[in-house]
Every structure is written in structure tokens, then in C-alpha cells.
Design a protein around this ligand. Sequence first.
Ligand code: TMP
Length: 213
Amino acid sequence: MRQGGLFITVEGVEGAGKSTNVQVIEDFLSEKNVDYVLTREPGGTLISEKIRNLLLRHHEEDMEAITELLLIFAARAQHLSTKIRPKLAEGKLVLCDRFTDATYAYQGAGRRCDLKLIGQLENLVQGSLRPDLTVILDLDPHIGLERVRQRGQLDRIESQQLEFFQRVRGAYLDIASRERDRCLVIDSSQTRENVKNTLRNALQERMKDYLNE
Ligand code: TMP
């Protein structure tokens, strides 16, 4: 792994326990005295959070898949230039709640946007920047969606059908099997305590060099 800045992302279907486990990662980093910044996508900056709002709100008109895709990359361009790249350049660890794997999963597999086009936009907006480590919280969307429904009103993306989220989950697992060095799949159907322990042990192993341990 590159010394100095490190880029870690967290992914998973809705209700897979992202918030809880982002907190587990934060606690781990704090214990190790790592200087980190937590951010999220879509969002992370003033303008990108406005785009997030536009993406997640219900509208009186259907949003085209291509519009959604371009808005996500617009938010990402702003986020990369004003936050992610500067923080990495300062040598900080950037922990990002979702990133471009979510675009391949939601817009690519979910909305069936052209994967080649996503790849072109990825190269255009990110250049060669890719996450160093990606934690994928894997859960049957049946269970995840039930958890989300219990939280209350569903946003525009959460309101998709189960099949949409099954394609999203499949895409995450495909990415993980293609990029084993980068991706860490955690079975989120275990108890909270077991997920936490599995995640902490895996982080300890994967970050050994970075932590100089
Ligand atoms: P979340 O932060 O609560 O997970 O909500 C973000 C939503 O945005 C979630 O439904 C996934 C979706 N999303 C995409 O569809 N494509 C993307 O590239 C990203 C980053 C998020």
C-alpha cells in the first residue's frame, strides 16, 4: 500500500449496516492513532451534498438513468477536487462511505447503464485514482430492505424493487471476486458483534504495512 494518504471505501446494499460498521472502522483508526477524514458519496462537500439531495428526493418527473449517472459523477468530480485529493495529498487517510463501486452496482447493474460509459466517466473524473481498500458489507437485500423500511420513508433510490437490489448485490460480489486484493467482503448477516470482530481482524491484517505493525 502507498505510504501517506490512504483511500478506504465502504459499500453494501441498503440496510447492510454501513453506518454501524463505518463507526467500527473509525474506532479502529482512532485506536491506532491514524489521522483520518470521514466523508460520503454522493456528497461530502456543499455542492455535492446539494446534488445528493437532488438524487435522493422524489420528483414529479422520472429521472433518466443517464441524468442520475452524470449527476453522480458531477458530485464526485467536486468531491475529489475539493476534499478527497487534497486530504490524500496531506497524507491523511480518507474513509469514504460509498464511491465508484456503488456506481457500477446501482447505475450499472441496477439501472443497466452502459458499463463502458461508466468506465470512461471513471477515468475522466478520477484519472488513475482508485480506492486502496474497499469493505463490502454483504447482505441479502430482503433483510436489508426490511431494516430500511422500519426506519421510515424510503428515498427515491431505496424505493426500487427487490430485483434491483439483488442485481446491486450481485455486482458488488462480482467486483470483489475480480479485485480480491482491494476488496474485503464481510458477511453482514452475522450478529453485530461478530461482524465487528471479523471487520476489525480483517483491517488489522490488511493494514499491517500501513500501520507499520
Ligand atoms: P446512503 O449514503 O444512505 O447509502 O445513500 C446513498 C444512495 O445513493 C444509496 O441508495 C446508493 C446510491 N448511490 C448510487 O446509486 N450510486 C453511487 O455512485 C453512489 C455513491 C450512491
